[in-house]
Design a binder for this molecule. Sequence first.
Ligand SMILES: [Zn+2]
Length: 262
Amino acid sequence: MKDKSPSGDTITFLGTGGARIMVANQVLASGGLWLNLGGTEILVDPGPGCIVQSTKRKLRAEKLSAIILSHRHLDHSADVNIMIEAMTQGGFKPRGRLFVPTDALETEPVIFSYLKSYLEGIEVLKEGKSYSIGNISFTTPLRHIHPVETYGMLFKTAEHTFSYITDSRYFDSLCHHYGGELLIINVVFIEPIFSVDHLSLPDAERIIAELKPKVAILTHFGTSMWRAKPWEAAQRLSQETGVRVLAARDGMRFDLSQLDNP
Ligand SMILES: [Zn+2]
């Protein structure tokens, strides 16, 4: 029998709320994803409250190797500056790299210029490029359809592969570029709203059915998804797609060793 001991790859959901109304009300928290991949710690999309949610859970910013923004919208970037300051201990211990789309740095930057010298480096995300952080690599396979420059990610660790489909309007390429054993997907709406570039539950179902990961985790819920009880929606998707679908909860820590013993 395979060893069920923790793999050393975990993902903590610092928040599961998404889009403007839910984030403004904080019915669900909005702090992003804290990855611990074989000891390499990476913060993805530090939305409002990230510093509060992470310190409350004893996650220590000074251990972070990198911060990644999928895009510049407030619910993904609001705490990026304080998290850079915390990662570098107020700038006294420069460290860590920042990965962001070009438009997070230009025109109306979301990163304060005085913090840039605290970092080891800044890398600009581009469609189809690969990046490495220690022994972790990730790619940004395609630019999403969203009002600002936006990229999802496909991560590879020593033991696992997983994807993060961040905010986007649905388009078929989403079903072809995000492989891996685990899929994390931002599902804002219960039904599609044509005028808004966000994924809905039927979109998520289509993507999960095509990609067939071992596990899919729904997160980034807007008000309509929250009212529909995401855990019930996840159960329905599990039955319909044959994939184990979970609804993330605020503070949930997912151990990727679960992928080793389906
Ligand atoms: Zn967005």
